[in-house]
Design a protein around this ligand. Structure first.
Ligand code: NAI
Length: 396
């Protein structure tokens, strides 16, 4: 019988046939989702000898949804994800034109998915700009709800910005706005709660996965109360809630200034296990880290609220309209986000099987066109890539 995943006493209760909603995605979404789903099903079947099975439930969003319902993000989609907690999505076309929010942002905000989680690791066979890309194995926890992404800004020259500058100068004694007549102003909120819940999630992840180093990345040398607050609240939280783990060495907490972090991930990436960052720093670091293992096109991601259990796993690339419908797209981003999903629901053996099958493809020189071209190899199609994985899983 198919059932809903629920959160009980802070832990997910996952039935044998959980209902998991999926958003196919636009453009290459169809190409990659259908093939990825076949891999997921084969791995679940193999791992549990048919005793468990995912009941995939399609929900609509994006262009496909607009074409069918006239709505880019129907309430029903949000309601179903709200109810079933865990979902997976392909890339969504961002509607062009005023008044429509980015669908990805809307999903994150509606479900308050405060942690953006990005594992960054190297797959042998992928081209990387580093000499030793295998030394990079880092889990990024990026705060997803605060910082400049709150979108609180006033345009230079507007009546509103004049009010703000007047208030800052007259009431707050601010004297350092270099060009007050022509400045735009933006506000960066960083809270205790927002920082703590993200850093707690990073620490919990580290402890659960026997990774002992958690590094707080910040720009607190310049922004003492926002970025510096993130750092300070992180240390205080660790001392208050994880004193025992700190004492036994099970957890080591440290911090690093963001610019030095971007240097160190190139020079000594092995120094980091789990990193917690504010939203903007996390944005930069996610792409920089993915690029240094050559994985920008295959990186998975998840947006999670560990308190409610809600989690959406996603391919991080776009809809690639230039290759849509041609059976050429690289399915690894959605496949690896599926691995994150299976790990999240505790089906670790499924995640491990899928990861090994990807490694096996690369070891055999089976790459999709985006990666094969660089090596002068004959590319395999999306469906061939995933069929090779299924064959490997069934034989293993
Ligand atoms: P894009 O990621 O779709 O494409 C950039 C380049 O990378 C293209 O040459 C494309 O062919 C290639 N590419 C992307 N994914 C690939 C894959 N899996 N396999 C092989 N090649 C791949 O970025 P672009 O062109 O900026 O955006 C296209 C649309 O996607 C826009 O509507 C954008 O808003 C949306 N988008 C959605 C995202 C999401 O839903 N998470 C993220 C980024 C963009």
């Amino acid at each position: 019988m198919t059932e809903t995943i629920v959160l009980e006493k802070g832990r997910l209760r996952v039935p044998d046939c959980p209902i998991i909603p999926f958003i196919e995605g636009d453009g290459i979404g169809k190409d990659i989702w259908q093939n990825a789903q076949a891999v997921f099903d084969a791995a679940v079947e193999k791992a549990f000898s048919g005793q468990k099975k995912v009941a995939w439930l399609e929900v609509l969003a994006g262009k496909k949804s607009f074409d069918q319902t006239g709505n880019w993000l129907p309430d029903e989609t949000l309601d179903i994800i709200q109810k079933h907690l865990v979902a997976i999505k392909g890339p969504l076309e961002t509607p062009v034109g005023g008044g429509i929010r980015s669908l990805n942002v809307a999903l994150r905000q509606e479900l308050d998915l405060y942690a953006c989680v990005r594992p960054v690791r190297y797959f042998k066979g992928i081209d990387s700009p580093l000499k030793h890309p295998e030394k990079t194995d880092i889990i990024i926890f990026r705060e997803n709800t605060e910082d400049i992404y709150a979108g609180i800004e006033w345009q230079a020259g507007s009546a509103d910005v004049k009010k703000i500058i007047q208030f800052l100068q007259a009431d707050m004694g601010v004297k350092k706005i270099r060009f007050p007549e022509s400045s735009s102003i933006g506000i960066k909120p960083i809270s205790v709660e927002g920082s703590e819940r993200l850093i707690r999630a990073a620490i919990e992840y580290a402890l659960e996965n026997n990774l002992n180093k958690v590094t707080l990345v910040h720009k607190g040398n310049i922004q003492k109360f926002t970025e510096g607050g993130f750092r300070q609240w992180g240390y205080e939280l660790a001392q208050r809630e994880y004193a025992k783990e700190l004492e036994t060495g099970q957890l080591e907490i440290s911090d690093i200034i963001a610019d030095n972090f971007l240097q160190q991930i190139l020079l000594k990436p092995e120094k980091f296990d789990v990193v917690a960052l504010t939203n903007l720093n996390g944005d930069y670091a996610s792409d920089a880290l993915a690029a240094q293992v050559g994985g920008i096109g295959i990186s998975p991601g998840a947006n999670i609220n560990y308190l409610t259990g809600h989690a959406i796993f996603e391919a991080t690339h776009g809809t690639a309209p230039d290759i849509a419908g041609q059976d050429k797209a690289n399915p690894c981003s959605v496949l690896l986000s599926g691995c994150m999903l299976f790990d999240y629901i505790g089906w670790h053996q499924v995640a491990s099987m899928i990861t090994k099958a990807i490694e096996n493809n690369f070891a055999n020189g089976w790459f999709t066109a985006d990666l094969a071209g660089e090596k002068g190899l004959q590319a395999v199609s999306t469906s061939q890539f995933t069929q090779n994985m299924i064959d490997f899983i069934q034989k293993s």
